[in-house]
Design a protein around this ligand. Structure first.
Ligand code: ADP
Ligand code: MG
Length: 464
């Protein structure tokens, strides 16, 4: 089915899935990404399949960009991604999950770290708690000291200190870790308290399911006697009107009863796009604590702590090298350390800077280069011999509009910027304009080898 190197493409897909799981976490991966099935790579298009339309919409809205970026990173031939709905998949997935559940039931549910579950379905409703995410394992430094102190306060306070506690910061900086730490702490100290931790995605998924099965009363009941409710990654609720409504209702009901709520997001309440105004202001009522990007000192501290936990001996020089080089986030720092530790135990030699460089070359390269929107605009303008000002101008002549679209496309591919952010840098254009440009260029790439070559060339220049 898959073109020529079927095995290679499958291996690429496996790596991409691994990355997605790391980046989005187990819960989101299990719910949304695991069911995505690779069908084929043909004519530069990766064909994926999911069981329902709902799922396709969700994956397209939330993960398509990342999927595309990872695929093009793995395989230069990939030009586009197509997601089909295959109803038959639903059965296959349900069967395999039933089998997995059966296996888990036989094990020790306590060890799996299930949060105090809600009345109905076997704790299905609550997210799992990671046993490593405790306060003891959290390294405090300047960038996270406020968030940490606030989380501790919530965990230890006899009465609600501020409501809600709103934690925000970039990916991999410890938001989920702090929320789990609160849950563990309360669970240990006051086992009678009912704690629920779940991702906004799961909240949404459960809500949609309840609506579909006409069971929203039961859904609401779930939250009635909760003492502490934590919802992770609420940016995922943005734009989902009915779920937002439901969340708002739950939120208010709990605040009125003086129950503690903790929320996390990747942006501050005022920067969350697609959030209703009343919701936005309500979220900012309590304490808003922001986790800043890591500093060198914090990275050093985290690396030392984790190396100790892993029981590996990493020379100070290497730790300093890593803290200096891997600046993105804590998750990548951990990933680096894990790889070094695996390598060291395989070859049975002490770690040096050289081996670290070798083992981590891809990670180091990704951290090395931060491609900016301005750089892309400049390169593209040069390449097509147009003025830099035309990147921002309103001129619509093809000779400038096309290069501008190419630049937007590359921004989407090579930077972590969102569509609205990109639009703003192109003379304040709307995010839909950027989306249109990305689609247009994708289409053109498939039919115009010259353009495709131009883009490849630009990409390589920008990435080196
Ligand atoms: P976020 O939810 O903000 O994306 P996570 O809480 O999932 O990030 O953190 C990513 C990884 O980094 C986790 O394995 C977490 O344990 C670790 N981590 C983040 N911050 C710290 C810290 N200050 N000390 C120790 N580990 C941390
Ligand atoms: Mg998280």
């Amino acid at each position: 089915m898959l073109e020529r190197d079927e095995g290679a493409v499958r291996a690429q897909w496996a790596r991409i899935r691994g990355r997605l799981r790391e980046e989005f976490g187990d819960a989101a991966f299990r719910t949304w990404l695991k069911p995505v099935t690779l069908r084929e790579l043909r004519g530069g298009v990766v064909r994926l399949a999911v069981p329902t339309k709902f799922m396709r919409d969700w994956v397209e809205t939330n993960y398509l960009d990342r999927l595309r970026m990872l695929w093009t990173g793995e395989n230069a031939a990939v030009r586009g991604i197509d997601i089909a709905i295959e109803a038959a998949l639903a059965r296959a997935i349900a069967d395999s999950e039933a089998a997995a559940d059966g296996a888990a039931d036989g094990g020790a549910p306590e060890a799996a770290g299930e949060v105090e579950d809600l009345a109905t379905d076997r704790g299905d409703f609550a997210g799992r708690l990671d046993p490593r995410f405790t306060f003891e394992n959290f390294v405090v430094g300047k960038p996270n000291e406020l968030a940490h102190a606030a989380a501790r306060r919530v965990a230890e306070a006899a009465t609600v200190p501020f409501n809600p506690l709103f934690l925000y910061g970039g990916v991999g900086l410890g938001k989920t870790h702090l929320m789990h730490a609160i849950a563990w702490h309360v669970r240990r100290r006051e086992p009678s308290k009912r704690v629920i931790y779940l991702s906004a995605e799961k909240f949404m998924f459960q809500f949609v399911k309840a609506v579909r099965f006409k069971d929203t009363m039961a859904f609401k009941e779930q939250f009635r006697s909760v003492d502490l409710l934590m919802i992770d990654d609420v940016q995922f609720l943005c734009g989902k009107d009915s779920t937002q409504e439901e969340f708002f209702y739950t939120f208010n009901a709990l605040v009125d009863q003086n129950r503690q709520i903790v929320i996390s997001a990747d942006k501050s309440p005022s920067d969350l796009e697609g959030l209703e105004e009343r919701m936005r202001s309500r979220l900012g009522w309590g304490l808003v604590a922001d986790i800043h990007p890591t500093t060198y000192e914090l990275r050093l501290g985290i690396l030392q702590t984790k190396a100790e936990q892993l029981g590996i001996d990493v020379p100070t020089k290497v730790v300093e090298f890593l803290a200096h080089k891997i600046t993105s986030n804590v998750r990548e720092l951990e990933g680096a350390l894990n790889r070094i530790s695996a390598h060291a135990s395989l070859v049975g030699r002490a770690v040096t800077i050289e081996t670290a460089q070798e083992v981590l070359h891809d990670l180091l390269r990704a951290n090395d280069r931060r491609i900016t929107i301005e750089e892309i605009q400049k390169r593209v303008a040069e390449h097509f011999s147009i003025r830099m000002a035309d990147m921002h101008s309103a001129r619509r002549a093809r000779a400038v509009a096309r290069p501008r679209q190419v630049a937007m496309y590359l921004c989407k591919q090579l930077t972590p910027r969102s569509l609205p952010e990109i639009g703003r840098k192109f003379g304040g254009r709307d995010h839909t304009t950027v989306m249109h440009a990305v689609r247009k260029i994708e289409e053109l790439r498939a039919s115009d080898p010259n353009l495709s070559e131009d883009i490849e060339l630009l990409r390589r220049m920008l990435e080196t």
